[in-house]
Design a protein around this ligand. Structure first.
Ligand SMILES: Cc1cc2nc3c(=O)[nH]c(=O)nc-3n(C[C@H](O)[C@H](O)[C@H](O)COP(=O)(O)OP(=O)(O)OC[C@H]3O[C@@H](n4cnc5c(N)ncnc54)[C@H](O)[C@@H]3O)c2cc1C
Ligand code: HEM
Length: 267
């Protein structure tokens, strides 16, 4: 990326930010219309309430703002990478996101979108995508190389359900293949993915591991999210609360930056 391109990028960030909602709306509508399979992995409730929409486009704009020194964002990118790996995001999906994002930038900028400017944004996106793809490749390798580890979604059985309170149930999850499972640190989470009949597609969500690490099962404790007034009930937590022992569910390997010291002798 050359100096002129960097200047072009920096000059257009404020315009895109001030038209943030247009950018977000164009981007997600375009992407989910052209690639409806992505509804299986994006949080559709966040789409409705606008939460994730800010996250992805916001991170791209933050990268553009720091284009001279993207290294300052490394910890943020690692945390995003953890989330992506937990959702089994693949390198080729970066091209899909990129083409819709650049297409949306073009629409928002209108007459300002010269060939040079769009080339500069394409370059910037590709640089960011490359950093993330490399970070995530390392994470995937680490996750699958460890004992009991795996990449992507693995079939698990809900072996036991314990009602902790009116609104919280714990689910004990064992791998269908009865093989080893990866250990984890306190504070780490798994993603689970399940088919949602009302939507006609799957939805993933993250849940913190709520038991000590062991080689037999993962335990998650899920609060049943009730909607208030016109807000709908939480889609995945309610689906999980309707599950029975013996049902199956897809699980990705433990992920997430952990905050407790794994070598601490005091716990
Ligand atoms: C790292 C991590 C760890 C987590 N650990 C746990 C855990 O241990 N236990 C746990 O219970 N949860 C945990 N969560 C939260 C969990 O991932 C889910 O977000 C939670 O279960 C709600 O998902 P849902 O599908 O039921 O709700 P969603 O359908 O995703 O809805 C989320 C909220 O938005 C509201 N909503 C839905 N649609 C709209 C709309 N159109 N407009 C306005 N509001 C709307 C819903 O009423 C609900 O309150 C964790 C999340 C993360 C990121
Ligand atoms: C350079 C490109 C990308 C950037 C900057 C980016 C940024 C982000 C950010 C900031 C989050 C929120 C992280 C968190 O909640 O901790 C996120 C989550 C997510 N990203 Fe990306 N992302 C990129 C590419 C992709 C691609 C290629 C896909 C797959 C098609 C993808 C799918 C997701 C999904 C499914 C989530 C979880 C969001 C949810 O459902 O709530 N992202 N991303």
């Amino acid at each position: 990326m050359n100096t002129i391109q960097k200047e072009l990028i920096k000059a257009t960030v404020p315009i895109l930010k001030s038209n943030g909602n247009d950018l977000i709306t164009y981007f997600y509508q375009r992407m989910l219309k052209n690639n409806p399979e992505l509804k299986n992995i994006f949080n559709m409730a966040n789409q409705a309430s606008g939460k994730q929409q800010h996250a992805l486009t916001g991170a791209v704009l933050a990268y553009a703002e720091n284009i001279e020194n993207p290294g300052v964002l490394i910890n943020v990118l690692k945390s995003i990478g953890n989330k992506h790996v937990s959702l089994n995001i693949a390198p080729e999906q970066y091209d899909i996101v990129g083409s819709h994002l650049i297409g949306s930038i073009k629409e928002v900028l209108g007459d300002l979108a010269t060939v040079e400017l769009i080339e500069a944004w394409t370059c910037a996106y590709q640089e960011l995508a490359q950093i993330m793809i490399s970070l995530e490749a390392e994470m995937y390798q680490k996750a699958s190389n460890k004992k009991g580890g795996w990449k992507g979604w693995r079939n698990f059985i809900i072996s036991k359900i314990v009602e902790e309170s009116d609104e919280i149930k714990s689910f004990y999850l064992k791998p269908e293949d009865n093989k080893d499972i990866a250990d984890f640190y306190p504070g780490q989470y798994i993603s689970v993915s399940t088919f949602i009949p009302e939507l006609g597609h799957k939805q993933p969500r993250q849940y913190s591991l709520s038991s000590a690490s062991n080689n037999e099962f993962y335990r998650i404790s899920v609060k049943k999210e009730k909607g208030i007034n016109s807000t709908p009930n939480g889609i995945v937590s309610n689906t999980l609360h309707n599950k029975k022992e013996g049902d199956n569910i897809e699980v990705s390997a433990p992920a997430g930056v952990f905050y407790a010291d794994p070598d601490s002798k005091t716990h």
